[in-house]
Design a protein around this ligand. Structure first.
Ligand code: NAG
Ligand code: NAG
Ligand code: NAG
Ligand code: NAG
Length: 234
């Protein structure tokens, strides 16, 4: 645990305003919307979100704090996930990281994450300047093959992910979208110029020096958010 996270958590326990730090937000609501035609399990929280339902996740977890990970209950066995770049236990605890996808191993479904203004029915307004991201993957467009690990397995190796021009990297890049506050999608956030996914490793010779990560403006503002993850977005 980093000193900043520890400090945030201490402040949260003392009920001091997180805004003073500028580097963390309070997540007042965490909802998981499963639009897939099969049940999904949210790993670490061990919460099953049935097909076509939305769930408020209130529990605190004790493992896997650096990611939000999920998979179909009935497999494939490996998870799609968001990297948080910081520890987060759940609703009510400070969220200090700058999340991104890291899909180089493969995927089983499309997904989106968003920072919304809390307390609004439907919660449709974005909370900051770099508030969301989506992967518009689909099984029908998968450039690879299904395995017991993923519906679309990129058979990643340390070597294969170090090429930003590979077919798999291009597939991921073309389907990785930053969501701007006006709802528009772009390769990089208008506000920060960051991208939202690792479609290849930063060690690649043709990595173009991208900054990676969302919610930088959110954590700088320090205003509370409703964090929403949606699966099977199309
Ligand atoms: C946020 O959580 C509160 C408290 O659990 C709940 O009453 C409210 O409906 C939630 N808001 C949204 C937008 O889901
Ligand atoms: C999911 O919900 C939508 C909208 O309510 C409905 O049209 C659809 O039939 C549902 N699908 C399943 C598998 O229940
Ligand atoms: C990266 O992939 C492209 C497309 O398959 C290939 O032409 C190129 O040689 C690869 N580069 C490296 C460094 O492996
Ligand atoms: C962000 O840029 C896109 C085009 O790249 C544009 O359509 C959109 O309106 C811009 N949004 C903001 C908030 O500037």
């Amino acid at each position: 645990m980093g000193p900043l996270v520890a400090l945030c958590q201490s402040l949260a326990m003392l009920h001091l305003p997180l805004v003073a730090l500028g580097g963390c937000v309070e997540v007042t609501n965490f909802s998981f919307v499963n639009r897939c035609s099969a049940d999904v399990i949210l790993k670490d929280w061990n919460v099953v979100v049935p097909t076509n339902t939305s769930q408020q996740v209130m529990e605190l977890r004790t493992s896997g704090l650096q990611r939000i990970s999920w998979r179909y209950v009935d497999g494939p066995w490996d998870t799609d996930f968001i990297e948080l770049n910081g520890d987060w236990k759940g609703v009510g605890t400070p969220f200090c990281g700058h999340p991104n996808f890291a899909s180089w191993a493969g995927f089983s479904m499309s997904s989106r994450y968003e920072a919304l203004l809390p307390g609004e029915e439907g919660g449709e307004r974005f909370a900051c300047a770099d508030p969301g991201a989506e992967l518009t993957f689909s099984i029908s467009s998968c450039p690879s093959a299904p395995t017991s690990r993923y519906y679309c397995d990129f058979f990643a190796t340390q070597a294969s992910i170090r090429n930003c021009s590979s077919g798999f990297a291009i597939y991921m890049q073309e389907r990785s979208w930053a969501l701007n506050p006006d709802g528009s999608r772009s390769r990089t956030y208008n506000a920060t110029r960051n991208i939202i996914n690792y479609w290849c490793a930063p060690e690649s010779s043709n990595w173009l020096g991208w900054g990676v990560g969302s919610f930088i403006d959110c954590t700088q503002r320090g205003a509370p958010i409703h964090l929403r993850v949606t699966t099977c977005i199309d």
